[in-house]
Write a protein that binds this ligand. Structure first.
Ligand SMILES: NC(=O)c1ccc[n+]([C@@H]2O[C@H](COP(=O)([O-])OP(=O)(O)OC[C@H]3O[C@@H](n4cnc5c(N)ncnc54)[C@H](OP(=O)(O)O)[C@@H]3O)[C@@H](O)[C@H]2O)c1
Length: 283
């Protein structure tokens, strides 16, 4: 059974990965208090203790808006030094390394969907830090595997994600305004975990690859508004969802208007509506 050293075991993605794959892999998972990815010595000590086959890094700085101002330096610090440390140690000890990036490495100005080889041009600080993250990962470990994903929502109710927010607001609001001008693919962390487990099981084949893993939306473009409407319909709530423009809902970070990810690999994720139903049925 493959041994996995998993960073940030309490994050949304990591929680689902452990939950789904605890019988498939021997997983040693650590939160920020037991393994800080900015501390290279701690990483090396854990590697010497566990002898993992794979480092699966789910830790990151992820607060997109605060990365614009109050946590700008922390964002760069974690998302560059952290990934550098993990990539360096994994290379030194010949361990496979998988780490996650984002659709925010793109500027959203391409007139169609993004594939793995498209040119990055981030338009916010978090996106820039994740672009540097990819460069550090591949520079320090040419076998590093980068999984770009987008718009995660996960199993556990307590996590802050778009689906949980819409459900919470629908308890008290009769109307909700939701942006209808930004388009990307939602991704259920359970399906993402299943795809990552496929990578791990055949890792020899995928070293040095960049993947685009998010739920399939076929030829449709899905906006925040479309996603909110689907959540409300599936849950048979009465809240009216009203489409609005970006200018009505200003955030500190600019986001790409169109960053749908195309997955050209042989590992496929399922349709977004199927997984949304699965998530809502199990809440
Ligand atoms: N969520 C999305 O919509 C989305 C979209 C595209 C890509 N991604 C990427 O997918 C990956 C997983 O995302 P997620 O949503 O599961 O993230 P998450 O729930 O925010 O988990 C990441 C965790 O890493 C922890 N962390 C921060 N600094 C650390 C350090 N120095 N050492 C160890 N842990 C540290 C953070 O802890 P604290 O909160 O305590 O600081 C955070 O809880 C990330 O790489 C993210 O960039 C996410």
């Amino acid at each position: 059974m493959k041994k996995i050293l998993l960073t940030w075991a309490n994050g949304m993605l990591a929680t689902d990965f452990v939950d789904r794959h605890k019988n498939d892999f021997e997983i040693f998972s650590y939160d920020k208090n037991t393994l800080d990815i900015m501390d290279i010595e701690s990483i090396e000590n854990k590697v010497k203790e566990i002898h993992p086959d794979i480092i699966l890094n789910c830790a990151a700085y992820t607060a997109v808006d605060d990365a614009e101002d109050i946590w700008k330096l922390l964002n760069y610090h974690i998302n560059t030094l952290g990934v550098y440390n993990l990539a360096k140690i994994s290379n030194t000890y010949a361990i496979d390394f998988i780490t996650f990036s984002t659709d925010y490495v793109f500027d959203g100005k391409k007139e169609s969907w993004y594939n793995e080889n498209d040119i990055c041009n981030p338009i916010n600080e978090y996106g820039m830090s994740k672009y540097l993250w990819e460069i550090f990962a591949l520079k320090e470990n040419k076998n590093a595997i980068i999984v770009r994903t987008s718009w995660l929502y996960g199993w556990w109710k307590e996590f802050k994600n778009f689906v949980n927010t819409i459900l919470r607001l629908s308890e008290t609001k009769s109307e909700l305004k939701v942006i209808n001008e930004q388009f990307w693919n939602p991704t259920y962390t359970v399906d993402l975990s299943l795809a990552v487990s496929q990578v791990i099981k055949n890792i020899e084949k995928y070293r040095g690859s960049i993947f685009h893993f998010s739920n399939e939306t076929e030829n449709n473009d899905i906006s925040w508004f479309d996603f909110a409407c689907e959540i409300i319909t599936m849950q048979e709530k009465n809240t009216k969802i009203i489409p609005c423009q970006i200018s009505e809902y200003q955030t500190k970070a600019q986001r790409p208007n169109f960053s749908k990810l195309i997955n050209d690999s042989d590992i496929k994720l399922r349709n977004w509506k199927e997984w949304l139903k699965d998530y809502l049925d199990n809440l």
